[in-house]
Write a new protein. Structure first.
Length: 103
């Protein structure tokens, strides 16, 4: 295995995406927590705090992996699918998961 680069920071990055109606909407990553997967140093989880242009705050749980394809080989590559959830909803899910002994 070759040397793994340091995890990138995305704090302050502004992103624009299309919503389900095709309208452009933007958010800024205002904070993030990173955690490398304990049994795979080539995979890292991020919990990111997002601020949408309308002031709404949401959390996004996503992950990056060391790329294998030519363009991203050896670099941290964003995994395309990532859930976005409000802090209240995440807290509710985590409380329910704990009650149901998910962890």
């Amino acid at each position: 295995m070759s040397k793994i680069p340091p995890l990138p920071s995305h704090k302050g990055h502004r992103k624009t995406i299309k919503d389900i109606y095709g309208k452009s909407v933007s958010y800024t990553i205002i904070d993030e927590i990173t955690h490398k997967q304990s049994d795979n140093p080539e995979k890292a989880f991020y919990l990111q705090k997002l601020k949408w242009d309308d002031g709404t705050i949401e959390l996004r749980l996503c992950y990056y992996m060391i790329g294998k394809k030519p363009r991203m080989r050896g670099k941290w590559a964003y995994a395309q699918s990532a859930p976005m959830i409000s802090p209240v909803d995440l807290r509710s899910l985590l409380v329910r998961a704990k009650k149901q002994k998910f962890f």
